[in-house]
Design a protein around this ligand. Structure first.
Ligand SMILES: NC(=O)c1ccc[n+]([C@@H]2O[C@H](COP(=O)([O-])OP(=O)(O)OC[C@H]3O[C@@H](n4cnc5c(N)ncnc54)[C@H](O)[C@@H]3O)[C@@H](O)[C@H]2O)c1
Length: 262
């Protein structure tokens, strides 16, 4: 979509990291922005900051694992701005571990957030975009881990490969209605994504990192030395405008996706 000014965008995982940076970039281009997240404190700080910068912004507490929350967030979006044009299904968590020792409840947790959260956002918001006939755009956040499989990243890889495949499908279907689609595949970005796995169900009340967490700490080191999320936010908005499907942030990592198992 060429012109973002005056359009309305809904962003999940918008209280921090990449989602917050995308929200700022959309607001700078003149979009109305609806911030959705589960982190109540960060959400209200993010909304206040954007308001102070002059943005048309509102926020809604929305857990992407809940279709009811997503429906309510959609209603909030329409009540606030009348229409919705852009949906960024970005909320996600990380989970690593060695195959055979990953608690099944942790598997369910990451699939519900990283995959089903994207599905609910897409299923619930695309009819609303279709309904006004002005076109729009859906961005689903996957990862380079949606192209490149690595040891100890089974659950994360599985959800991100799924998001890539799902978005390749919806791209073809939404095009018929003038709605674009993109899949964001970042490399390492300096956010709190590696800390998200501390909230996995099996870690409740457990202060000591498990062996699996130590393996996953390599990922933490990469994230902490990653690129600035604001660079990603601006690039995503450029790509929405250009209707670019694959949004890569680290072209130098592309050859990894063609590499066989090591
Ligand atoms: N940072 C990286 O290196 C990197 C690389 C590739 C892909 N990604 C993806 O980017 C997306 C954003 O992650 P980030 O790096 O900004 O991490 P982050 O942890 O800094 O931000 C994620 C945001 O999502 C929110 N969130 C988590 N679970 C939620 C839920 N159930 N419902 C609603 N909101 C929820 C968090 O509260 C947080 O504000 C994720 O999908 C992640 O997998 C990140």
């Amino acid at each position: 979509m060429d012109n973002i000014e005056g359009k309305t965008a809904f962003v999940t995982g918008a209280a921090g990291g990449i989602g917050l940076s995308i929200s700022h970039s959309l607001a700078r281009q003149g979009a109305n922005v609806v911030l959705a997240d589960t982190n109540v404190d960060n959400l209200s700080t993010a909304r206040d900051d954007l308001e102070r910068s002059g943005a048309n912004v509102t926020s809604v507490i929305c857990d992407v694992v809940s279709p009811a929350d997503m429906e309510q967030a959609a209603q909030h979006t329409i009540d606030s701005f009348g229409k919705v044009h852009i949906v960024v299904n970005n909320a996600g968590v990380s989970l690593g571990g060695q195959t055979g020792s990953i608690p099944l409840q942790d598997w369910r947790w990451i699939v519900d957030i990283n995959l089903m959260g994207v599905v609910y956002g897409t299923e619930i918001f695309t009819p609303l975009i279709r309904s006004h006939g002005e076109g729009g755009h859906v961005v689903n956040t996957a990862s380079m881990a949606g192209h490149w499989a690595a040891r100890y990243l089974g659950p994360y890889n599985a959800t991100k490969f799924a998001v890539v495949g799902y978005t390749e499908t919806i791209r073809q279907e939404l095009a018929d209605d003038g709605i674009g689609a993109s899949v964001l595949c970042p490399g390492w970005v300096r956010t709190n994504i590696h800390k998200a796995s501390l909230k996995r169900p099996s870690a409740a009340g457990n202060e000591t990192p498990s062996v699996d967490m130590v393996a996953f700490s390599q990922v933490a080191a990469e994230v902490e030395s990653g690129i600035d999320p604001d660079v990603v936010g601006d690039w995503v908005v450029d790509c929405i405008r250009a209707r670019r499907f694959y949004i890569f942030t680290h072209p130098e990592m592309a050859p990894l996706s063609m590499r066989g198992p090591t």
